[in-house]
Structure formats: C-alpha cells, structure tokens
Design a protein around this ligand. Structure first.
Ligand code: NDP
Length: 329
C-alpha cells in the first residue's frame, strides 16, 4: 500500500520556482533500485542555492531538494544492498536532477550509495555531510601532492562554514599547523577550539592579488574562489598546492600564471558530486578515523526539518556556523 510521507518539493511556474513543505506518496518517488527511509539530512551551500532559487541548481521540476542523506534501506533490488542496511548518499545529481534528502523517503540508484562506515552513526554522517566529505577530499588531494605537516602552515578559507570547519578539524588532528581565515572574527574561539593555530580576518584576502606575494602556506583549502583564492595562490610556498572546491566569494579567478610558472605551485579542483564510489569509500572511512568526533559535535548543531527554508537563506548570507544536522520527523 502506498504510504504518505513529508517532503519539501520545489515546483516552477511562470513566476519562478517555489519550495513548499508537503505530503507525497510512493507514486512520487523517482526511478531507482533502492528505497531508503531517510533518517538524517543536512544543509549545504548548494541546498541553499537550490531551495531559494538564487542559482539554477534544480534541473527538473517538481523535485525534492537535499543533496545528501543517511538512512535505512527499506527495499532493494540492488545486489549490494538489502533491507535494513544503513547507507549514506552524497551528490550524483541528487537534490538537483533527482529527488533528494528533504523527504522521509527517497528512491535512488544503489550505485550512488555508500554503506555507513563502522564507527559513525547516521547522525554523525550528516553532521559531516557533503561539506565534510568534500573537506576530506581536499585533505586527500593535499596529501597526494605531498604536503606534510613539517613543511609549514596550511591555510583554510571560509573556516566558519561547513567545509572549512571540518577541514580545520581534520587537518589539526593530522598534525598540520592550520591557519583559518574568516569574515567572522567573533568566531575566533570556535575556530581555535576546532584546532586552528591561528585565525586571520579574510579582509586581508579581499583586494586584487599581486602576481606573487610573500610565501606563507605549504598548502591551502579554498571554498571562496575570487580574489580570496587569487591571493592564496600568490602566497603559496614554492611547490605548494591548493585544493579548491567552492565559490562562496565568486566564480571568477583573477590570477596570473606567475605563481604556477615561477613557484611551481599546483591547484587541485575538487568535485564531490561525481567522485567515484571507490574515492567516496576511502573518504568516508578516513572521516571515521581522522575526524575527532567530539569536535564534530562541537561544530554541528540540530536544525528542525520545518526550519530548512529559512536556514537555506541564512547559509547563503553566511549566517550559518559549522554543520546543521536535520533529523527527519
Ligand atoms: P558554508 O556557507 O557553510 O561556508 C562558506 C563560507 O565561506 C562562509 O561560512 C564564510 O566563512 C565564507 N564566505 C562567505 N562569503 C564569502 C566571501 N564573499 N568571501 C570569502 N569567504 C566567504 O558553505 P559550505 O561550506 O557548505 O560550502 C562552501 C563552498 O564549497 C560553497 O561554494 C559550496 O558550493 C562549495 N562546495 C563544493 C563542493 C564540490 O563538490 N566542489 C561540495 C561542497 C561544497 P567565514 O564567515 O568563516 O569567512
């Protein structure tokens, strides 16, 4: 028998897109071979863009937003999953072109699911969420480049946000000396509490970058793009690397080739959405091992399902600190 469940749904008409909290039933579920009872979801910057319509994230209407969730399999025709399995989903177009985590139920392809790693609860998985899993992909890129704790400071931009907060916590646990930049200097104690050795005002990164500046960072994780990233690149030490994943400041990158050809720096683009399942499994296993779960508690907070629409505005306005965890009603 078809069961009704609560869900956000984004529709579109001539006036634009509109997000409502409504009741759906099984006939509204999209195609897929695994049905999941969603237990937790979260709020990422991209969810903010999708829910508010400030950027054309949603590519199919009507659609349930939510780019990630953790939950329990209730039905499966996929060889790797059976009823009762605990799973995580991030990306693969979910919450953009396929209905996502802002519903009590979701039907997806089993090829997109990762088993919940040992050592993490479903709540902790969403306290990490796509932002935290992306932070780990960034850390892994710096490690693969050869950035080591004894080579000097590592910079994290947008440090009070989701990706930034988790990146600070992981890097400091791995022994790096982390410098955090933030536009919210009132969050200095929070960032020191996550393990940052120093906290600096992002205003210093806002002006147009010089081609080369004083060499300060052996590595960097950037969520901002724009002048911030251009300044970071100019300040990387010889042979250093930046892992870049975001555009919180801007999509543009007003830089020159100078730091690349004169200091041999590298820039790694990080995409979490279509990353391979193998990479995801490594990232999630590493998160279970290399993220201090007490710090995770400190950087996350509970958000009511009913408050997601307002919080979507807030995250775009830079008002959300750390990671929101949403328990499905
Ligand atoms: P949050 O909103 O939680 O964090 C973004 C942070 O960026 C803010 O908290 C703020 O930190 C900083 N910031 C905001 N505006 C500016 C600005 N004008 N200049 C410099 N810094 C600014 O978002 P998330 O952490 O979830 O995501 C961060 C970025 O990464 C987003 O652009 C998102 O789309 C992207 N992303 C990309 C992924 C991928 O697969 N490539 C996956 C996940 C996220 P503070 O106040 O401390 O300065």
């Amino acid at each position: 028998m078809s069961e009704r469940f609560q869900a956000y749904q984004i529709g579109k008409n001539d006036d634009g897109q509109r997000c409502t909290l409504t009741q759906l039933d099984d006939s509204d579920l999209m195609e897929g071979d695994v049905t999941v009872r969603v237990e937790y979801t979260t709020l990422n910057y991209k969810d903010g863009l999708a829910m508010t319509g400030r950027s054309p994230v949603i590519r199919k209407f009507p659609l349930t937003p939510g780019i990630d969730f953790s939950g329990t399999v209730v039905a499966s025709e996929h060889a790797d999953f059976k009823q009762g399995d605990q799973v995580i989903l991030n990306g693969f177009g979910v919450g953009e072109a396929h209905s996502g985590g802002y519903a009590q139920k979701a039907r997806v392809s089993g090829d997109w699911l990762v088993p919940l790693p040992e050592g993490l609860s479903m709540r902790q998985a969403m306290a990490i969420g796509t932002a935290g899993y992306t932070a780990m992909l960034c850390v892994m890129a710096l490690e693969d480049h050869g950035v080591k704790p004894d080579q000097g400071d590592v910079l994290v931009t947008g440090a009070s946000g989701g990706v930034g907060s988790v990146a600070v916590a992981i890097l400091s646990k791995l022994g790096y000396r982390v410098v955090a930049t933030t536009g919210r200097m009132n969050e200095k104690d929070y960032l020191l509490g996550l393990g940052a050795a120093d906290v600096i005002d992002r205003a210093g990164f806002a002006e147009k970058a010089r081609p080369l500046a004083k060499e300060l960072w052996s590595g960097a994780i950037d969520v901002a793009g724009g002048n911030t990233l251009a300044n970071v690149l100019s300040q990387l030490k010889y042979g250093g690397a930046a892992a870049i994943c975001g555009l919180a400041e801007s999509m543009s990158l007003p830089t020159t080739v100078a730091p690349f050809i004169l200091r041999g720096i590298s820039m790694y683009g990080i995409d979490s959405v279509m990353a391979s399942i193998e990479k995801r499994k490594v990232s999630w296993t590493r998160l279970a091992a290399d993220l201090d779960l007490q710090l995770l508690e400190k950087l996350s907070f509970d958000l009511d399902f009913a408050d997601l629409a307002q919080a979507a505005e807030d995250i775009l306005d830079g008002k959300i600190r750390g990671r929101a965890v949403v328990k499905l009603p």
